[in-house]
Design a protein around this ligand. Sequence first.
Ligand code: AMP
Length: 457
Amino acid sequence: MSFIELGLSDQIVRAVTEQGYTTPTPIQKQAIPAVLSGGDLLAGAQTGTGKTAGFTLPILQRLSNGANAPQSNLTRRSIRTLILTPTRELAAQVEESVRTYGKYLHLTSGVIFGGVGINPQIKLLKHGVDILVATPGRLLDHMQQGTVSLDKIEILVLDEADRMLDMGFIHDIKKVLAKLPPKRQNLLFSATFSDEIKILADKLLNNPAMIEVARRNSTVEIIAQKVHPVDRDKKHPLLAHLIKANNWKQVLVFTRTKHGANKLVEQLARDEITSMAIHGNKSQSARTKALAEFKDGSLQVLIATDIAARGIDIDQLPHVVNYDLPNVPEDYVHRIGRTGRAGATGEAVSLVCVDEFKLLADIEKLIKRQLPKEFIEGFEPDPHAKAQPIQLRSFQGNPRGGSGGGGNSNRPPRSGQGQGAGGQRPQQRDGNSPHRTSVKPAVKQSTPRRSGGRGGA
Ligand code: AMP
């Protein structure tokens, strides 16, 4: 089946073909007709499956057809589609996709997120765009300041809805939903279906089409995965050795904490390996710069915490390194999903010390296979080493920290009206991690948030 056969216009197919896409991915085959039909949609799909084009292409098609279709790019307009994403990076990437796929149409788009000046966004919103991509916190600021109007929304997309709930955005989302016109098309994309997601879907969606594509942890066979056992204090020299000995040119490294990411940048610098870190304590401009340099190949190593890396979309990223194993086993799948995307092969290696054996066992249980272990000469771990509790300097996964508590309790208080130009939000907002300081064994932080498994579709 081709994109033309799915009912997309010549202009859209041309833009997609220019991206090198010849055949729709499984999620696209199902989502495109469902969205074109105008009904609601509940889609189970992770990043890396082509889900962004799965909703963007039919939305572009719907907006460019019909009575409200704009005739030029210049006229003022109302927002007709709102796409909410959990993180700033994902928001930027989705909007970039909208622009790429819509380049031959007369539709306009914009993106708003926190951590950057609000005034350019106010200007953008004043002029209006057809498609607005936003993170919930900053959108709410604009709503409270009266600088955005959502009363002409025809289509709402919640992208990575599970992450948005994990990050405590449910109250913000509810406030946004309350301001949307009741008659609209709703699309909900989520990698997992916890009870919370099911409740949200029940409230939001009207007789939705339900589609699901295989989870990445059943489709990542093209990614070579292995574990290098190593002592905890040898991880950094081992990483430097791997990068140098294998001549790795583009490596995404995951650390558990922001502090760990910063420290690793310094350690690698001593080995003359250039790296940058992205995490919630970095300014938006630093994060954007690091990501751009990494994407264009001028930065060899990007070090990221889980939430900061969420949704990073780099074609054919060859190497992902788990410098620390994640506390939440599903994050392992998200992490390695950065490589081997859309059919490319990739390699994911995990540096695992004795403290992390329980985390490794949890991951292997989730992905239903044992990861091959490869000892690297000169870095074999001490067989008598004793496990120590993992120090969680900053917690990156579930804001509820396994307490099962009520969603938003760890969020910083709202700071009244939004900030002026250049104002910084409290870090948890708009996709940064909550800054929980806790010193607990990581194994306690298992996965209450994912307990629902794959229900939904
Ligand atoms: P996503 O799941 O939306 O993050 O997309 C993952 C990657 O797949 C992105 O790099 C897209 O550019 C790419 N992609 C999306 N659709 C296709 C397609 N039909 N053929 C090849 N690559 C695609």
